[in-house]
Design a protein. Structure first.
Length: 74
């Protein structure tokens, strides 16, 4: 955590302090991903995307391929 005081009202924070608070909250949530529930619509979208990938895997890029392209290594 960034060490921001927890008792300060958000209206008292600067924009950078607000961003740090949001990052801290997100990091805290990310430590327990199994506790994050997804909605039925989100689950349906994941299933739709998985089926689309399974139907035509060459249409999609792996994470390694995406990172390589972003780093200029096409």
């Amino acid at each position: 955590m960034s060490g921001q005081p927890e008792h300060r009202d958000p209206d008292e924070l600067s924009v950078p302090e607000k961003i740090l608070r949001v990052q801290d909250l997100w990091d805290d949530i990310a430590r327990s991903p199994r506790d994050v529930e997804i909605t039925p619509a989100q689950r349906e979208e994941v299933e739709r995307r998985l089926l689309a990938h399974e139907s035509n895997p060459r249409e999609y890029s792996s994470w390694e391929e995406i990172k390589r392209r972003l780093q200029g290594g096409r």
